[in-house]
Design a protein around this ligand. Sequence first.
Ligand code: ASP
Length: 340
Amino acid sequence: MTHSSILLIYTGGTIGMREDPADHTLKPYDFANIMAEVPELGKFGVEIDTYTFSPLIDSSDVEPQVWQELAKLIYDRYDSYDGFVVLHGTDTMAYSASALSFMLEGLNKPVIFTGSQLPIGWPRTDGKENLISSIEIAAARDENGGATVPEVCIYFDSRLLRGNRSVKINAEQFDAFRSPNYPELAVAGINLRFNRDCIHHTSQKNLRINTQLDTRVAILKVHPGITEHVARHMLCDEGIRAVILETYGSGNSISKKWFTDIVRESCESGKIVLNVTQCLSGEVDMERYATGKELAKAGVVSGHEMTTEAALAKLFVLMGRSADNTQVKRQLSENLRGEL
Ligand code: ASP
């Protein structure tokens, strides 16, 4: 059997950081550091090439340009590799994995995001296991020689999660990611156990990339005490094309007339208003309570169980592809990459 070949892409993040002796903060560091720390990478029969972003970034500085660079890189090298592993900071990993899932269309190979909570050179690092297992997952093939997991995923602390279902849930523990509304795609114990029935396969044969992104999106988290001024500013600003409304529970919001009037005004002006829940799990059902029903009547679109990260990325991509908001609203309710 031929060896799998993997492109390991280093964007930055804690995994490769080193303490700056001047101010004791963690800063991105040379990729050679990572390879030197994990000699095991040479041991399991996978050919690994590397690509380093320049400059390396703390993922708090991720911009859509980084996603465009990643998508183009994967597209350009697609035929040369069996899979891709992206080393990325944890802070925005769920955003980036969501974005790449929508930007890469017809993906038939694994794109596994991973990183760590402690730098790879530190004795108690979680980076080694995350990196080694990610490579193994990216290289895994099924009985017919196809990729076992042909989707954009996050691998972290023994769990393989669908990228556009993932959220960072912990700033402290190694166990930092979950996909609360979807089962794990694999769990790494003594063996790598894939949950094959839950893995997404596309019927498209060829990879296409959507690199045109429209970022005119605002996120408004509904909260007790929200003022009319804030709501109007976020929902009616001319420079905003879509608003993600993070609502309570199953999609409920303030029932006060002034709020519903602003939402209606926003929808009637042609903006896209998308309802996602602030809860970690469960989904928006605007028919359940009177307060949710008012939003539906005003023209708000249900985000069902989409995470805020997935909703943002899906809007960027759909709006980048079409200037027609009615079409975008329709596609928001379609399951494009297993996000619904
Ligand atoms: N601030 C870091 C980053 O996101 C944290 C991490 O990598 O875990 O790049």
